[in-house]
Design a binder for this molecule. Structure first.
Ligand SMILES: C[S@@+](CC[C@H](N)C(=O)[O-])C[C@H]1O[C@@H](n2cnc3c(N)ncnc32)[C@H](O)[C@@H]1O
Length: 205
């Protein structure tokens, strides 16, 4: 998917995103951030922060930068920052495939429901590894294609439709881990049958 199409799709979602997706996405976002090993003063990058569903979960003793391609999604995130006086958080318009921060700028990176949205997930992961310090933590929440043959076939069939509405359904978890070069410490789903995985990894560089 092209960046311009992604921008258009998420501009369209921005006003209804929380109403449509919060009930599915928020429990895993909350779980993943709660179990991140966030220390006072940690610098955290939230890649593809969207409307900012994650923002109120981060402790106030860390600093957070959220980046996103969509100005409209960021506007919603900014509203949450202002309404909740989250002075430790700022959001910026930025392409996750070309992050405008220096190497090692962050201690931890959080990425939820984004790696199957961007045109090149491996370019994003390259940037994540670059801007995260060596030994830092990278936490990913995302849908990956099912290991169940029937579900995998369904996901393959619906992939062209999914792409039209803003994400792909055929990203393979093991291939993603191998190609990203992340040192995954833990990976699991919150429920026995679930569509989303949570990965906790270390950035070995
Ligand atoms: C499904 S939403 C996820 C938002 C949020 N992380 C969450 O879990 O609710 C995907 C987000 O990725 C953003 N996005 C897509 N491509 C991007 C890119 N290349 N750089 C930065 N953000 C991007 C979209 O604008 C959208 O806000």
């Amino acid at each position: 998917m092209e960046l311009e199409s992604i921008k258009k799709i998420y501009a369209g979602y921005s006003s209804v995103y929380d109403a449509l997706f919060k009930r599915f996405f928020y429990p895993r976002i909350k779980h993943a951030i709660t179990y991140m090993d966030i220390k006072p003063g940690d610098r955290i990058l939230d890649v593809g922060v969207g409307t900012g569903l994650s923002l109120s979960v981060f402790p106030r003793y860390c600093s957070v930068v959220g980046i996103d391609l969509s100005t409209e999604m960021l506007r919603k995130a900014k509203q949450k920052i202002d309404e909740n006086r989250l002075d430790n958080i700022k959001v910026l318009s930025m392409d996750a495939m070309s992050v405008g921060f220096k190497d090692d700028s962050f201690d931890k990176v959080f990425i939820s429901h984004v790696v199957s949205v961007v045109p090149d997930p491996y370019k994003v992961m390259q940037e994540v590894k670059r801007v995260c310090r060596k030994g830092g933590q990278v936490v990913i929440v995302n849908h990956f294609k099912s290991k169940n043959k029937l579900l995998e076939t369904v996901e393959k069939i619906i992939n062209p439709v999914c792409k039209k509405i803003g994400w792909r359904s055929d990203l393979c978890l093991n291939e993603f881990i191998d190609k990203s070069g992340l040192n995954v410490k833990e990976k699991y789903m919150l429920k026995k049958i679930d569509f989303w995985h949570i990965l906790f990894a270390t950035n070995d560089k």
